[in-house]
Each structure stands twice: as structure tokens, then as C-alpha cells.
Design a protein around this ligand. Structure first.
Ligand code: 5GP
Ligand code: ZN
Length: 109
């Protein structure tokens, strides 16, 4: 079972920000910004590449609620999802990184 499925099952502890029947948001164990939250579906999907659009629709609504809870609606934030090898994905359970709480900077090469 993957590490995020273990978090969903409560086998690995997490700092929960928001949860409902289908989705979970929790603090990244190794935060890269003042706010660094991971948002996942409770059901396992390997990545964004394979998530059914109807699940993604619920995910969108949930992410917007997380942003409200984190009070970043006005200041703004960045959402990232890494996909596969070139995307730099390390945990193969779909997750969005929500980072913010400070200016996150530009995407540079
Ligand atoms: P990826 O590179 O797959 O997009 O990002 C995986 C993220 O999961 C990383 O930012 C990493 O810090 C985080 N992470 C890995 N293992 C754990 C864990 O056990 N608990 C939490 N809260 N975050 C984790
Ligand atoms: Zn999983």
C-alpha cells in the first residue's frame, strides 16, 4: 500500500487541515514554504494523468475550501501536481501541493 493510502487509513499520522468523505488535506512533512499543504483523494489514483474528470471536479471544490480555510484566497497561492518521472513525482498517489503564505516566486529555468 502506498504511503498516502497509509495516511488515509490512519496508519501514518498527519497534521490534517481539512477532510471530508472523499478528500484529505494535510501539512507536507518537509515544507518548502510557510504554507505547504498536500491535497489528495482518499481513493488511490497514480497521478493527475489518470484521474476521472468527475473525481477531479470534487477535488476542485475541495481545494477551494482548503484555500478558504488557510486564508490564502486574497493573498494568492500556487497549486502544483507532479506527474511521472519528468514531472519529478515521488509519491505515486495523486496529490496537489498548495504552497503560499509568502510570495512563492516565479517559475524559472
Ligand atoms: P512529489 O515529489 O511526489 O510531488 O511530492 C511528495 C511530497 O510528499 C513531498 O513534498 C514530501 O515532503 C511529502 N511526503 C512524503 N512522505 C510524507 C509523509 O509521510 N507525510 C507527509 N505529511 N508528507 C510526506
Ligand atoms: Zn495510495
Amino acid at each position: 500500500m502506498c504511503i498516502f493510502c497509509k495516511i488515509v487509513k490512519g496508519e501514518i499520522p498527519n497534521q490534517t487541515i481539512l477532510e471530508d468523505e472523499n478528500f484529505l488535506a494535510f501539512n507536507d512533512i518537509n515544507p518548502t514554504r510557510k504554507i505547504h499543504v498536500l491535497i489528495i483523494p482518499k481513493e488511490h489514483y497514480d497521478s493527475f494523468d489518470v484521474i476521472p474528470p468527475n473525481i477531479m471536479s470534487g477535488m476542485t471544490e475541495f481545494i477551494q475550501k482548503v484555500a478558504l480555510k488557510l486564508d490564502v484566497k486574497e493573498s494568492g497561492y500556487r497549486l502544483i501536481t507532479n506527474i511521472g518521472k519528468d514531472g519529478g513525482q515521488e509519491v505515486h498517489h495523486l496529490h496537489f501541493h498548495l504552497i503560499g503564505g509568502e510570495p512563492v516566486g516565479r517559475l524559472v529555468r
